[in-house]
Design a binder for this molecule. Structure first.
Ligand code: PAF
Length: 287
């Protein structure tokens, strides 16, 4: 294996090789920025790699479709996988290390330890996806401990996930800085997501409704023309009228605690999850 710090993307598949590669960069005086992903990379992921480069970190991207964060009826087997395409995108983005472990490398033998973050997982996606955030917190803990980065980069599109990880790192005194990066959107506003590949052309048009309603609600509650509950109820109805099959939630929450708000007084987030055919879309905006 090439363990040097010469240019190019180094693909590693084992924790031992990852640590050797990271150690090479550390020896050369570099800091490390981890970008955890499940692959099927898009501009949103590339922006996380750029975020690491801008802060002077050596970007290390992990690609692992983590089975423990999918429910039994969720899309684990259908989740898009395109490893060679991902490596090409990482090369273009000047990522230096891709860590693409097997399931056995991530979870060797019997695993008896999990990480659970309470409270902020009680609402939003928490009850709708039982076990999801435990799966995320556990795999992210493992990835952080495997790579031992200075910083780790996550997109704000998965806002509840970002808050869960920030809280976990704080509560467990993990020595990593968690950097939240702005959601990257298509030209028309649709949040980039690996799951957008599931959308038919017709669904893709309807999907834009979510961003539009988030903007409408953020404007209404910011200038106080509607209460959070009124604005959110109107948005849910508009999504159903616009062809969404199920609106799982559409609500305004405190930006840190994720508790639902009636009126906006401090930092808040308007946040939604809805289903369009077999695709589950989530998005959010700062108020
Ligand atoms: O956001 C994701 O892609 C995943 O939840 C993460 C953080 C890589 C953990 O598997």
């Amino acid at each position: 294996m090439n363990t040097s710090t010469e240019p190019g993307l180094l693909v590693v598949r084992t924790v031992a090789d990852l640590r050797r590669a990271v150690a090479g960069f550390r020896k050369a005086g570099r800091t490390i920025g981890l970008v955890p992903t499940m692959g099927a990379l898009h501009e949103g992921h590339v922006s996380l790699v750029k975020g690491a480069l801008e802060r002077g970190d050596v970007p290390v991207t992990s690609i692992f479709v983590n089975p423990t964060q999918f429910g039994p009826k969720e899309d684990f087997s259908a989740y898009p996988r395109d490893e060679e395409g991902d490596f090409d995108k990482l090369r273009d983005a000047q990522c230096r290390i891709a860590f693409a472990p097997t399931k056995d490398e991530m979870y060797p033998g019997e695993q008896l330890t999990t990480v659970t973050v309470a409270g902020i997982t009680d609402g939003l996606c928490g009850p709708l996806r039982p076990g999801h955030f435990q799966g995320v917190a556990t795999v992210v803990s493992k990835l952080l401990l495997m790579a031992m980065p200075d910083r780790a980069y996550f997109g704000e599109k998965d806002y509840q996930q970002l808050q869960v990880i920030k809280r976990m790192v704080r509560d467990l005194a993990m020595p990593f800085e968690i950097v939240g990066m702005p959601t990257v959107r298509e030209k028309d506003g649709l949040a980039m997501s690996s799951r957008n590949r599931y959308l038919s052309a017709e669904e893709r048009t309807k999907a834009l409704g979510m961003y539009k309603q988030l903007v409408t609600v953020a404007d209404a509650v910011r200038d106080g023309t509607k209460s959070c509950a009124e604005a959110s109820a109107a948005a849910s109805q508009a999504l159903r009228d616009g062809g969404f099959d199920i609106v799982e939630y559409f609500t305004v929450v405190d930006a840190d605690s994720l508790k639902p708000l009636e009126h906006v007084a401090g930092p808040a987030r308007v946040i939604a999850a809805a289903r369009l055919g077999r695709t589950r879309l989530i998005d959010n905006l700062a108020v």
